[in-house]
Each structure stands twice: as C-alpha cells, then as structure tokens.
Write a protein that binds this ligand. Structure first.
Ligand code: PBG
Length: 325
C-alpha cells in the first residue's frame, strides 16, 4: 500500500484554515440590488414568479433602497413599470415617467451611500414589449432606437441616476448614449454596458415582473447562447465606444464568458444573475430540494470566481446583511 505525499486536505481541516486560503470572498460592496417600482399602486405587489421580490410603491422603494444602502450594497438597479404603455414607449424618457421619479426618490434617499443605476431601455414602456422602435418589417429599427435611448439616458441622468446601463443590445448604443450625455453636461455619468447579453429563457420571470406583453422574440438583437467569440466582439466594441463598465448576462450559465471577458478587458466586469436563476433556486428550495442559503452563496461565489468584479443579484440585500463588512 502506498500513501499519498501531497495532501490537499491539510488546508481544509478547520474553518480558520479554509478561511485563510479562500481564493474568493463575497463582500456587500460588490453586490447590486435590482428593484422594481410600479406606477399607481398603493401597496407593494408580490411578484409571483420571483418569491420574495415585489413591485414597490414609490414609498416602499425608498425604504428598500435605504435598507440596501444600510446593508452596504454597492449599487441599486432601478426598473420602473408604468401604468400605461404605448407604441413608442414614451414614458421611458418622460421627465415625469415612473423610472425618472423613482431614480430621483432613491438618489435623494441614499445620497452617496450607494450607486443608483438606471436601466436604459424601452421594453417596460412599449405596448408590444420590444426594446425599441419597430420598423415596417416588425423588427426593432436599430438607429431609430438609438435616438430614443439617448433621450432615456439623458432623462435618467437629469433625474439623478449616478450610472446608466443600456440593456437593449442595439449596435452603437454606447456611443450614442455617451455623445448625448456629454452634450447635456453629464460627462461624469458612467455607462455600465449590458455588453454580452444573451437571448435567454431565464429572463421569463422578469418579464412577468415588468408586465411585459412581448409576443415576439429578442433573437435579432440579443446573442445566441451558442456563441462565445461573439461576446468578446460585443464587449470590445462597447469598450471602444466608451463603456466604463461591461456586463455579461445571464451569469451562472455563462461563466466561461465571464472568465474570458475578465481576462480580456481592463474595465470592471459585472455579471447579472437574472430572474430565472433566482426563481430556479427559490423554487427548488421551497420544495426542500436544495438548501437555500448554501445554494445562493455557492451561486454567487462561482460568479465571482469566474472573474466578475460585481454581481447584480436579487439576493443582494439579503446576502449583504449576512456578510461581514
Ligand atoms: C431590459 C432588461 C431585461 C432584463 C434586465 N433588463 C429583460 C429583457 O432583456 O428581456 C432581465 C433581467 C432578469 O431576467 O432578471 N429592460
């Protein structure tokens, strides 16, 4: 019988030893909490497919933002849901639109304690649920949509967003938004680009959360899950256009992409653990099929280990409250 010489188990014997050699650690400051706010409701409304998440009233949104900031969460990503949707998605850039009101509320509430981020898109505001202006063929018209995104980004910055995050996957969206922001005195507002955003089934619960009426698909603009190189092309383009930070989305199913992007660019890399990733763990845990806290921690640690500097996750506040600061 021969006994092993190299014994990796030596470093796993006690929690202190494991802590000493841990390569990845979670910290509240690298977590971003998405929050939903619904125009015209009196009480927060639970989101069925996302147990534990709600559509906030303007008032309850302020409280959730304050609680997240109190827990040390690094950022808040705000999604407004309008009472009325229309063909063009006008509410998205209306200075009195729900997202702008919410951004102003939250910016006032948290001050500089955390970073307030606006999602630049039209999909919550259009009656067809698409991310932009539709052309005669029914597909999203890229360049017409850029003009709208420029207005949305400026409206959000005017309202008090510290960062804007274009999520529509239109070609040239970062350059268009950078130019518009600079032209309106918002040179200091950074852009977090949803750079490599895949056409994923895991956005399903989110579309419920924002009452999306989308019937078509997003496959003419979001990326094919089959492709890795294409993500690098998207990310490098966004950096060239002026993105200050880039994002890979979803996170857990695209850890190879997160790693490759992190090894390639010199800007901060975010990964978005999306609604379907959240719902899958919550649903299994509710059945008793997964240990909830452990599964959540493991999922977040894996995303950080893959190379993400920051993680956007619906569990941000909850996890931040449990972490040492
Ligand atoms: C676009 C947007 C979406 C998500 C974030 N921003 C929806 C989409 O692209 O269809 C999805 C987030 C999630 O699933 O958690 N406004």
């Amino acid at each position: 019988m021969s006994f092993p010489v190299d014994r990796p188990r030596r470093l796993r014997r006690t929690p202190a030893l494991r802590g000493l050699v841990a390569e990845t650690r979670l910290h509240p400051a690298e977590l971003v909490q998405p929050l939903f706010v619904r125009e015209g409701i009196k009480e927060p409304r639970p989101i069925t497919c996302m147990p534990g998440q709600v559509q906030h009233t303007r008032d309850s949104l302020r409280k959730a933002a304050a609680a997240a900031a109190q827990a040390g969460v690094g950022g808040l990503l705000i999604f407004g849901i309008p009472e009325v949707k229309d063909r063009d998605g006008r509410g998205a850039w209306d200075p009195d639109g729900i997202t702008q009101q919410a951004l102003a509320d939250v910016a006032e509430e948290v001050g500089d304690a955390t970073v307030v981020i606006g999602d630049v898109n039209l999909d919550e505001f259009t009656e067809h649920g698409h991310v932009g202006v539709l052309g005669p063929d029914g597909d999203v018209d890229n360049d017409a949509t850029l003009l709208a995104y420029a207005d949305v980004a400026v409206a959000q910055a005017d309202a008090g967003a510290h960062v804007v995050a274009p999520s529509g996957m239109m070609d040239g969206q970062v350059a268009a938004i950078r130019a518009a922001l600079d032209g309106c005195g918002h040179e200091r507002v950074p852009i977090l680009a949803y750079a490599a955003k895949y056409d994923s089934a895991f956005y399903g619960p989110f579309r419920d959360a924002v009452e999306s009426r989308l019937k078509g698909a997003r496959s003419t603009h979001q990326q094919d899950p089959a492709n890795r190189r294409e993500a690098l092309r998207e990310v490098l383009l966004d950096v060239e256009e002026g993105a200050d930070m880039v994002m890979v989305k979803p996170a857990g199913l695209y850890l190879d992409v997160v790693r490759e992007v992190a090894d390639t660019v010199h800007v901060p890399v975010f990964a978005y653990q999306v609604s379907g990733e959240y719902a899958a763990i919550e649903a299994a845990a509710a059945q008793g099929w997964l240990l909830r806290e452990r599964a959540i921690r493991e999922s977040l640690t894996a995303i950080r280990r893959a190379g993400a500097d920051s993680v956007i996750t619906y569990w941000a506040t909850e996890v931040a409250e449990q972490l040492p600061r």
